[in-house]
Write a protein that binds this ligand. Structure first.
Ligand SMILES: Nc1ncnc2c1ncn2[C@@H]1O[C@H](COP(=O)(O)OP(=O)(O)OP(=O)(O)O)[C@@H](O)[C@H]1O
Length: 339
């Protein structure tokens, strides 16, 4: 059987990868709904994905932008169902391809049983009857070409929008795992707060995020930001050097590096040796922050391997696992519930 989908429903982006056709959907995990319907069972998205994201921070009265996931897990089942159905409609995936299709879905390694069931229900509603779950770090590792069944330890860092997950694994089992809520959204919030406190400038979430993505560590680029002056209430432009932006983001990067060091400390010497030789494999959108790899390398002193496709490798790895069920079976009982 050649069909089926690998799915990564993330806090920031949702990616669907067909087993043979590759990525068929890659959209922000946002929808715009009527405020009166937002918390009801009859929520009907007016906009979904990119168009919904464009309205973030600009929603007129009566409309609300909703993110159905927080920290990588579903927080509102009705919203998530409506979101997934609208997104699949938007991708125009024909019903014959979807209904009864197999799917492997990436889930944070620390998702609770309830959170995992919520994802399976959403897949079921979307018509995918034979869905299986896989920890996202393992799916991402497969998408980067690692073999999580070989008797050799690997370590991956997945920095997405809501969570950073660090996982060391070997021979079908997890050696050590840490998850932190310090990831891309927290970096954006840090910049928003920084501009407010240090430059008395109020900016929208999309502007703060664009500043984070525009930063260029190597070429010392500067970026012009437009916001509202807190003192006068008038629009004002501010030019920021990359070095200043990176300095403001340093504490968030330090927190992620500390979690990485913690996972390394947990490893038995032989496994640590494997990891130090291969280096840590990094993926997730926030790994694209300029200079992040150099920061990790200089802090920990071991190599960092950036994924070729950091935003889609989880969905691609999950799709690959459709043809390699041993990986799904080996890791299905390795979810680590937070105590
Ligand atoms: N060039 C860039 N520089 C810095 N950050 C970036 C860049 N491009 C994307 N990002 C950030 O990557 C994050 C989204 O990454 P990704 O799509 O991997 O998250 P996700 O899988 O949806 O989230 P999670 O894994 O937490 O559920 C956003 O916070 C976004 O701002």
């Amino acid at each position: 059987m050649s069909g089926g989908f690998g799915i990564d429903v993330g806090t920031a982006n949702t990616v669907v990868c067909h087993r043979t056709r590759g990525v068929v959907l890659d959209e922000p995990s946002v929808m715009v709904v009527r405020t009166s319907e937002a918390r009801t069972r009859r929520v009907r998205p007016l906009l979904v994905g990119r168009e919904a994201r464009d309205l973030m921070g600009r929603c007129p009265v009566g409309l609300t932008a909703v993110r159905p996931l927080h920290d990588g897990v579903i927080v509102d089942l009705e919203a998530a169902r409506a979101f997934m159905a609208a997104l699949l409609d938007k991708a125009a995936l024909p019903a014959w391809q979807r209904i009864g299709a197999r799917a492997v879905i990436g889930v944070p390694a620390g998702a609770t049983a309830l959170e995992r069931r919520a994802l399976l229900e959403v897949a079921d509603e979307a018509g995918m009857r034979k869905a299986a779950l896989i920890p996202e770090p393992i799916a991402g590792a497969v998408g980067c070409g690692l073999d999580p069944l070989e008797p050799r330890a690997h370590m991956v860092l997945d920095i997405g929008g809501g969570t950073s997950e660090i996982t060391a694994f070997c021979y079908g089992g997890v050696l050590s795992h840490r998850s932190s809520r310090i990831a891309g959204d927290e970096m954006t919030l840090t910049l928003y707060r920084y501009l407010r406190a240090e430059h008395q400038l109020l900016v929208g979430e999309l502007t703060a995020e664009a500043l984070k993505c525009a930063v260029d560590a190597e070429e010392g680029l500067s970026t012009v930001v437009q916001g509202i002056d807190l003192a006068t209430g008038r629009p004002r432009l501010k030019t920021l050097e990359s070095a200043e932006v990176l300095e403001a983001l340093q504490p968030t990067a330090d927190a992620i590096i500390a979690a990485l060091a913690g996972v390394l400390d947990d490893l038995p010497p032989q496994a640590a040796d494997d990891v130090l030789t291969e280096g840590v494999v990094v993926f997730g959108g926030s790994s694209l922050l300029r200079g992040f790899d150099k920061l990790v390398e200089s802090a920990l002193g071991f190599p960092v391997r950036m994924a070729d496709r950091p935003l889609t490798c989880v969905a691609e790895g999950a799709a690959h696992c459709l043809g390699d069920p041993d990986v799904v079976r080996a890791y299905e009982d390795t979810f680590i519930e937070a105590g």
